[in-house]
Ligand binder design. Structure first.
Ligand code: GLC
Length: 499
């Protein structure tokens, strides 16, 4: 257990102060708001909805890829890094979005995908030497994360190229100085337009073993979930070579002091080497911890000690929170996510308790992730206020769950998100675990004490003081309801920074 109060540290001098405890809203642009009636969300739609994001209390947005893409991997297969996909808009609509974000005091993070491109990117034709090649067949047993070998034959040249993900996504060779230069120019392009930083995709794939040695058979289950075939190997050589820190340093030099948040899909104990250059890294072990207070405490404490953590419980790659944890746990999950010390990321629709959708046949994503990418539900109409046309993925249940209804309901999950986003501004960075037992996790945040009750019976809230938040809207006593939480404020009056 963390003994005594711990204060988050960020060891990178120049790390943006706003980011330390920022709340960031992840937008999957194709599924947020369609403005031009083609059934696909776009940047103008995002622009129109930014006041909503701000009104919830977020400090910024992270936009999943907005660039031209043949969509083999939902936009993570980029064919031009310095443009906007025409389906989503233009550079002008991006600038308008940015201006609206500024007007709403929202920071903007783009997705930077440095480790691979689309096979349709001009670089693959014009600069084949920027990619990773082998002659005469696959040189090793490396696997693609999405199934099958990580090597495919390039028919025109007869050579084999490496792809850590789909075969439509050849891996860049990050040890090639021109690759570093080209990606650096991409960053400079967007930073000059005014973005505040990047969520950096698949960082653990930047550097692989230069001598391309085989991966070993896995010796047991890994700490994070992996697709079954991929889990048969221990990825010691196909990921995170020794010089990965150096290569992330290149990204940092190119970024200056802009925010860089690393998607490093590793357990917390392996994140240390990444935080020299990233401002934050996502807490994936936290995302997948068993829903039990002792298990949560075990993953929270090392992450707090690491310091530069971005808490996250859901994104566009995994089953949605409501489907993973069940609706009964959503208030507890929101309170946990938004009261821990440090930055927190919320995936669009989680404030509504949006569940996984059924996807479509044939699927857009061959790895089965369409379910978590269904459109936002703004109102109760059949297309949920998302589009005037047939949405590219169907809505899930707008008649039961939508922003319009939730906004009017003081007991809705959305109202709880709003309260938590307001309350977290009062906390500061200090953190001290006070109690962990088989049903309760309680911690101090500055003058506040948060009691999270994972059990089926109500529990007394830990600490003294006035109740400033209870996940059961009717409950004003010092009781943490079953699968809920209470937050007490240690002074006799209410905290002045609460709205
Ligand atoms: C990241 C993205 C995921 C994508 C993969 C390859 O994990 O979040 O959506 O498929 O990288 O780019």
């Amino acid at each position: 257990m963390v003994k005594g109060e711990v204060t988050l540290r960020n060891r990178r001098q120049g790390s943006p102060a706003w980011l330390t405890d920022a709340a960031i809203y992840q937008i999957y642009p194709r599924s947020f708001q369609d403005s031009d009636g083609d059934g696909i969300g776009d940047l103008e739609g995002v622009r129109q909805r930014l006041p909503y994001v701000r009104s919830l209390g977020f400090d910024g947005i992270w936009l999943s890829p907005i660039y031209p893409s043949p969509l083999a991997d939902g936009g993570y297969d980029i064919s031009d890094h310095s443009a906007v996909d025409p389906v989503l808009g233009t550079l002008e609509s991006f600038d308008a979005l940015l201006a609206e974000a500024r007007a709403n005091k929202l920071k903007v993070l783009l997705d930077l995908v440095p480790s691979h491109t689309s096979i349709e990117h001009a670089w693959f034709r014009d600069h084949p030497e920027w990619y990773v090649w082998a002659d005469g067949g696959p040189p090793n047993n490396w696997l693609s994360a999405f199934g099958g070998p990580a090597w495919s034959k390039d028919e025109p040249s007869g050579r084999w190229y490496l792809h850590s993900f789909y075969r439509e996504q050849p891996d860049l060779n990050w040890r090639h100085p021109e690759v570093q230069e080209a990606v650096g120019q991409v960053m400079a392009f967007w930073l000059a337009r005014g973005v505040d930083g990047f969520r950096v995709d698949a960082v653990d794939r930047l550097a692989k073993d230069p001598s391309l040695r085989d991966d070993h058979p896995a010796t047991g289950p890994w700490l994070l979930p992996l697709p079954p075939e991929y889990a048969t190997l221990s990825h010691v050589h196909s990921r995170d070579a020794d010089d990965v820190d150096e290569l992330v340093g290149v990204l940092r030099r190119r970024a200056g002091d802009a925010a860089l948040i690393g998607e490093v899909y590793r357990p917390t104990e392996e994140l240390e080497r990444f935080v020299n250059h990233f401002d934050l890294v996502f807490a994936f072990e936290f995302m997948f911890a068993s829903w039990h207070p002792e298990a949560i405490a075990r993953v929270v404490e090392p992450a707090v000690r690491l310091g530069q953590i971005a808490w996250v419980l859901s994104n566009h790659d995994f089953s949605r929170l409501a489907s993973r944890l069940g609706e009964d746990n959503l208030r507890l999950a929101a309170t946990l996510l938004l009261t821990l010390p440090g930055a927190a990321f919320v995936f669009q629709g989680d404030e509504l308790g949006l569940r996984d959708g059924p996807g479509v046949h044939p699927p857009f994503d061959r790895a089965g992730r369409d379910g978590s990418r269904h459109p936002m539900q703004w109102d109760a109409t059949p297309t949920g206020g998302f589009s005037s046309a047939r949405p590219w993925l169907p809505l899930v249940d707008p008649e039961h769950r939508n922003v319009e209804t939730a906004e009017e309901d003081p007991s809705s999950l959305l109202t709880l998100y709003r309260s938590l986003l307001s309350l977290r501004r009062c906390f500061g960075t200090g953190f001290e675990v006070l109690l962990v037992d088989s049903t309760v996790l309680a911690y101090r945040r500055g003058q506040h004490v948060v009691t999270l009750n994972f059990g089926d019976e109500p529990r007394q809230a830990v600490g003294e003081g006035a109740v400033v938040l209870n996940t059961d809207p009717g409950q004003h006593f010092r009781i943490a309801p079953a699968r809920g939480a209470a937050v007490l404020y240690a002074e006799s009056s209410r905290s002045s920074c609460l709205r």
